[in-house]
Design a protein around this ligand. Sequence first.
Ligand SMILES: [Zn+2]
Length: 161
Amino acid sequence: MTIGEITYHWQEGTDVIHITPEAYQSILSQAQHDAPIESCGYALGSETDDGILITENRPLTNIDHSAEHFSFDPKEQFAAIKYARQQGLKVIGNWHSHPASPSRPSEEDKRLAFDPTALYFILSLAPDVSGAPYVDPGEPVLNAFRIVNGTVTRFPVVIRN
Ligand SMILES: [Zn+2]
C-alpha cells in the first residue's frame, strides 16, 4: 500500500493526468492569491489517446468566501461551460484549493461530489508527502480524484506540455 492509501484511505488509480505548465501556474497563482480563502475553478482540456491533458484553468468565484468551504456561482459555471464549448475544450472537472490541509477530499468534498464522471482536482498549499514520488517535498501538491459513492480514487497530476 502507498502512503496515500494508508493515510487517506484512497485507492491509487492507474492513469496519470497531465497538465500544461501554463494551466498549472494559473491554478497555483490563483490559489496563492486567494489564500487563506479556498479558491476554485474548472479544469478544461481534452481526452486524447495519451490520456487526459488539462490545458486551461477557468477561474470561478468561491461565493462562500470561506477558508474551509467553496461554492460556485451558477452564472459563472454556465458561462464557463459555454466558453469551453466555444474553444473546443472539455470540462474535465473542477478544482479547489486547500490552503492549509492536504490534497485529499474532505468529508464534505466527498458528500458534495455528485458527478461520478468528473475529476475533482485539489491543490494543497500545505506541504505533504501524499503526491510522492511525483512532487518534491514541500512543494504544493495537485492531485486528481474520482469520487463515486464516497469511494475515492487518486490520480497523480504531472506537469508537461
Ligand atoms: Zn476540499
